[in-house]
Design a protein around this ligand. Structure first.
Ligand SMILES: [Fe+2]
Length: 386
């Protein structure tokens, strides 16, 4: 199979160990589900965990075991697997109603898939298989992040407390960016990439200045306390439409107490941490706060330009950019065709990675994307000069 993409540098044993270690992270989350948590509430931004776990195992079997050299897909170990767990064909709102495997049967399916994938990596290792194993690894890591988002959204206690940075200044320091040709996208032979990074090209970026760090909870509180959610001029038309339709008057996980704002972090309420990045804002809230500060969101190219300059801190949260998620010139989908393509132009591009993002996904060129109204992501923002 010629996959026309970078070849993984990992050995079979490294891939086997990584897959096992990531599965342990998933099991730690499963162990923290409440008693009625296997299905959980029906919600457009959630999946039932029982479905999602099955989907992760199905995905690994689909790509690492069932993919044939001629492009055909062999049968699953599980009757009806595709009808249950294929995210491209199983409508989201039906996932609570399917005859999903119960947890014990899911464990048995997972064990069979893991054993077969391990045997295949040891016995029939090729660059194409290495690519597919890494695809499954990253896919599972992204679902794990989605589970952390769901734990925050639902107020579940997580497997471990997060270490949040608490040293951001109220007024961010800024870096001057000179006009430059900025390289976006990746080349061949640089390790695993998703199709949306194909291929390397340059774009001209005008001079601006950009914050060295994310906007903090304290800085965002100043916007809220100044009536920012009622200030029509701070919001884009789409942002104002969202604000009025949703009735939002403050960040989603905040409440006002006698002693000031409090934030819910998973199952615990606490005071604002003044120097902690403001997370769980959507793109509209980020744009409005930036506009109120007399600034704007940076473009992805400006953001990537800044990562090459000393003093630019990133990785404390996903960061909304001003860019719609869109294909680079010459884009072609990879074999997992629905990774990027269905979401172009409707989703917004984010960069950086947050407190629940695995280090393997924190690359300055990695392109994340969410619908602009999503508030459940561990996403914040920084600002740039207008
Ligand atoms: Fe998935």
């Amino acid at each position: 199979m010629n996959l026309h993409r970078p070849v993984s540098g990992s050995t079979p044993e490294q891939l086997i160990a990584s897959l096992m270690q990531v599965r342990e992270q998933l099991h730690a989350l499963v162990a923290c589900l409440p008693e009625d948590g296997w299905l959980g509430p029906r919600d457009p931004i959630l999946n039932p965990p029982l479905w999602e776990l099955g989907h992760i195992i199905w995905f690994q079997e689909r790509w690492c075991l069932r993919t044939q050299a001629d492009g055909r897909v062999a049968d699953s170990l599980l009757p009806d697997a595709d009808a249950l767990y294929d995210s491209s064909s199983v409508p989201h709102d039906t996932r609570w109603d399917l005859a999903l495997l119960p947890p014990a049967a899911l464990d048995a399916y997972a064990n069979r898939v893991t054993a077969a994938v391990t045997a295949r990596l040891r016995g029939a290792f090729t660059p194409a298989l290495a690519y597919l194993a890494e695809l499954c690894l990253y896919h599972e890591l992204m679902h794990i992040e989605a589970w952390w988002m769901a734990f925050q959204y639902l107020g579940y206690a997580p497997p471990a407390a997060l270490t949040l940075p608490d040293a951001l200044p109220l007024l961010a320091s800024r870096l001057a960016l000179a006009e430059a040709d900025v390289t976006l996208g990746s080349g061949t032979g640089e390790g695993f990439i998703f199709d949306n990074e194909k291929w390397r090209h340059t774009v001209r970026v005008p001079a601006c200045d950009i914050d060295t760090s994310l906007v903090s909870e304290a800085a965002f509180a100043a916007f809220v306390d100044a009536g920012g959610y009622q200030l029509r001029t701070a919001w884009s038309q789409a942002g104002w439409d969202w604000r009025t339709a949703s009735g939002a008057t403050q960040p989603v996980y905040w409440r006002k107490s006698d002693v000031g704002w409090q934030v819910r972090r998973f199952d615990q309420w606490s005071p604002l941490l003044a120097g902690t990045p403001m997370l769980h804002v959507n793109c509209f809230e980020a744009e409005a706060c930036a506009a109120w500060l007399g600034r704007r969101l940076p473009s992805a190219a400006e953001w990537q330009h800044a990562t090459g300059i000393d003093g630019f801190d990133w990785g404390a949260g996903w960061e909304w950019t001003r860019d719609a998620f869109a294909p680079y010139p010459g884009f072609e989908p990879d074999p997992y065709r629905d990774y990027s393509q269905p979401w172009f132009h409707t989703h917004q591009e984010l960069r950086g990675g947050g407190p629940v993002t695995d280090a393997r996904l924190k690359r300055c060129g990695f392109r994340n994307f969410y619908l602009p109204q999503r508030r459940d992501a561990f996403a914040g923002f920084r600002t740039a000069s207008t």
